[in-house]
Design a protein around this ligand. Structure first.
Ligand SMILES: [Zn+2]
Length: 234
C-alpha cells in the first residue's frame, strides 16, 4: 500500500489487488482509497485519480455532510431545533409536532433501529412535514421584516417545497422561498432573503445587483455565498 497526499484531494491510499479488473476509487469523508488491478501501475492509478479530481472533491463533501438523525436534540440554528424522543409504547406509530413555532419534536418507536435506512427515510419525511409549519412562521415574518427594514417592498411571500433552489423573485415582486431554508444558520437565511429582495431592484445578477446585496449584508456577500455552497437544499 502506498500513501500519497495531494493538495486538493488530501490523502489517497493505493492498494494493489490481483482480483481487481480495473482501477477503482472509494471515497470516504477522511480519505480516498484506490484499488490498482494486477496489471496496473501506480503511475496509471495516479493519472486516473487526477482525472476524477472534481468528482472526488464533490463526493467527499457529500459524504461528510450527510446528516444522520439520532435520538436527542439537534439545533439547526438559534431558533429552529429538532428533538427525536424514543417512544417506549409497543405501537409502530411515529408522531410529530411543533412547539413555539420553531421547536420540532418527533416521537420515534424505540423498537425500530433508528440508524436503518428506512428509519432515516421516515424521519426525513416527518421533518419535511414539520418544516412546512416552521417555515411558514419563520420565513414569512422574517421576509416582511427585512423588506420593510431595507425599504424594498414586495407583493407577496410564499413558501415552497423546492429542493433545488433556495428562493426566487418574480417580475411582480412575489418572493418564493424553499421551506428547507430554515435548516440553515440564521445569517445565511437572511442573506438569501436579502438576495431575493434585491431582485426587486435589479432583475439580473449584474454588478449593481451584487453591490446592493453586499451593501445590505455589511460587505459579506462573497463570504456568505462561499459558506452557502457547503449546504445542499435537502
Ligand atoms: Zn438571484
Amino acid at each position: 500500500m502506498k500513501e500519497i497526499v495531494y493538495p486538493e484531494i488530501g490523502k489517497v491510499f493505493y492498494t494493489k489487488s490481483n482480483r481487481a479488473k480495473a482501477y477503482k476509487i472509494k471515497v470516504s469523508s477522511k480519505e480516498v482509497c484506490v484499488t490498482i488491478p494486477a496489471l496496473g501501475t501506480i503511475k496509471q492509478a495516479e493519472k486516473f485519480v487526477l482525472s476524477k479530481k472534481d468528482w472526488i472533491i464533490k463526493t467527499k463533501i457529500k459524504v461528510a455532510e450527510k446528516i444522520i438523525y439520532s435520538f436527542g436534540l439537534k439545533k439547526f440554528n438559534d431558533k429552529v431545533s429538532l428533538n427525536i424522543i424514543p417512544q417506549k409504547e409497543q405501537n409502530n406509530l411515529i408522531t410529530y409536532k411543533v412547539d413555539n413555532a420553531t421547536e420540532m419534536t418527533i416521537l420515534f418507536p424505540q423498537k425500530f433501529d433508528i440508524n436503518s435506512d428506512s428509519s432515516q427515510e421516515q424521519i426525513k419525511k416527518c421533518l419535511e412535514k414539520l418544516l412546512s409549519f416552521v417555515a411558514k412562521h419563520y420565513l414569512l415574518d422574517r421576509t416582511v421584516n427585512i423588506s420593510s427594514q431595507l425599504g424594498l417592498p414586495i407583493n407577496s411571500v410564499k413558501i415552497s417545497s423546492a429542493k433545488t433552489r433556495w428562493g426566487s423573485c418574480s417580475y411582480r415582486n412575489d418572493i418564493n422561498l424553499s421551506k428547507f431554508l430554515v435548516l440553515l444558520p440564521e445569517h445565511l437565511i437572511d442573506y438569501i432573503i436579502i438576495h431575493e429582495l434585491c431582485h426587486t431592484k435589479h432583475r439580473n445578477h449584474g454588478k449593481d445587483f451584487h453591490q446592493l446585496v453586499d451593501f445590505h449584508c455589511a460587505g459579506k456577500e462573497k463570504e456568505f455565498a462561499r459558506e452557502l455552497k457547503r449546504y445542499r437544499v435537502f
